[in-house]
Design a protein around this ligand. Structure first.
Ligand code: NAD
Length: 330
């Protein structure tokens, strides 16, 4: 029987995989630990490794997995910036889940914006304490405001539809514009200069590491809201903090953070947090942080489990590579 070692698992993703596996009958080993140099050995006796966004698939880890005779790495996520694809090439195939519920992420992004803009996070706490004062809770209408969307793939398109429903003007930037969608594509700098809200919906690559840096922030409209539900390292956190402190940026909605590995998905409430930037962000009332949660809907979990097990079946039973990730895609 084919054994699959799952890393970085939590009760919510175990449930969807156990249900989906009823149609396959694979021997599933769930590991709570994230995949890294120390935990790669847990995959001994498995043929497939299933990894997630904060697992480490560096050359050293891949070497170990190949020595353990792992035949396939099935990412149960869309992003693959944590995989050394150059090393994997020709040695071990990597597959992923290119789409599950783009609505989940787009809706979360808009939810974060609504929360921060209309101060719902403050209002929730106030009314629990019978404080019904409205002081300091003034927001802005989104209707008529300009939103700049960076990346017009599956999630970006959903996000744009929602923003259009709010009556927002949409500017789009993508190095591979989809002219058939009828979006108003503009140069990157123009988008920065004109948008009241900027939302990132592109994958992280070597080319766009710290796409939002000090220079980009300087070009933004004063009082802009920044939303990042894509990957943390698209944003230079130090520059973002400076932008928030100088009030150039009115608010930041962060579902991802460049140093999230080891922190997000875990209960760190009893720990002395060493990350000064994250700690500082969390002191600011105009920063909303969620723990890489944007994907987390029932529909998305079912979609992830379904595609991941299909990908595994296709390769292990039919020698077909479905949804393979290769170096040139990065
Ligand atoms: P997609 O592949 O459908 O679309 C990505 C788009 O980004 C493409 O149109 C591509 O041309 C564009 N792009 C590439 N480089 C760019 C750049 N430098 N600037 C602007 N655009 C660029 O991907 P998707 O399904 O829409 O997902 C987007 C990203 O969302 C993923 O790569 C992943 O990092 C992130 N994501 C986050 C979560 C979460 O839970 N927070 C869940 C799923 C995906």
């Amino acid at each position: 029987m084919i054994r699959i070692s799952f890393y970085d698992t939590k009760p919510y993703d175990r449930q969807s995989f156990l249900e989906e596996n009823q149609g396959y009958g694979y021997d599933i080993m769930f590991h709570e630990e994230r995949l890294n140099e120390k935990t790669a050995c847990f995959a001994k006796g498995s043929q497939v490794v299933c990894a997630f966004v904060n697992d480490n698939l560096s050359q050293e880890v891949l070497e170990q997995l190949i020595r353990l005779d792992i035949k396939l790495i099935a990412m149960r996520c869309a992003g693959f910036n944590n995989v050394d694809l150059a090393y994997a090439k020709g040695k071990i195939p990597i597959v992923r889940v290119p789409a599950y519920s783009p609505y989940a992420v787009a809706e979360h992004a808009l939810g974060m914006l609504m929360t921060l803009n209309r101060k719902l996070h403050k209002a929730y706490i106030r009314t629990r304490d019978f404080n019904f004062s409205l002081d300091g809770l003034t927001g802005m209408d989104l209707h008529g405001k300009t939103v700049g969307v960076i990346g017009t793939g599956k999630i970006g398109q959903c996000f744009i539809s929602i923003c259009k429903g709010f009556g927002m003007e949409v500017l789009a930037y993508d190095p591979y514009p989809r002219e058939d969608l009828g979006y108003h594509y503009v140069p990157f700098d123009y988008l920065l200069e004109r948008s009241h809200v900027i939302s990132l919906h592109c994958p992280l690559s070597k080319e766009n590491y710290h796409l939002i840096d000090e220079t980009a922030i300087e070009k933004m409209k004063s009082g802009v809201y920044l939303i990042n539900t894509s990957r943390g390292a698209l944003v230079d956190s130090v520059a973002l903090l400076e932008g928030l402190l100088s009030k150039q940026i009115k608010g930041a909605c962060l579902d991802v953070y460049e140093e999230e590995g080891g922190m997000f998905y875990e209960d760190n409430s009893h720990h002395i947090i060493q990350d000064e930037i994250l700690s500082r962000f969390l002191t600011l009332p105009n920063v909303l942080i969620t723990s890489h949660q944007a994907f987390l809907t029932q529909e998305a979990l079912e979609g992830i489990a379904s595609t991941t097990l299909k990908n595994i079946y296709a390769y292990m039973e039919e020698n077909q590579l479905e949804n393979q990730v290769q170096e040139e895609e990065k």
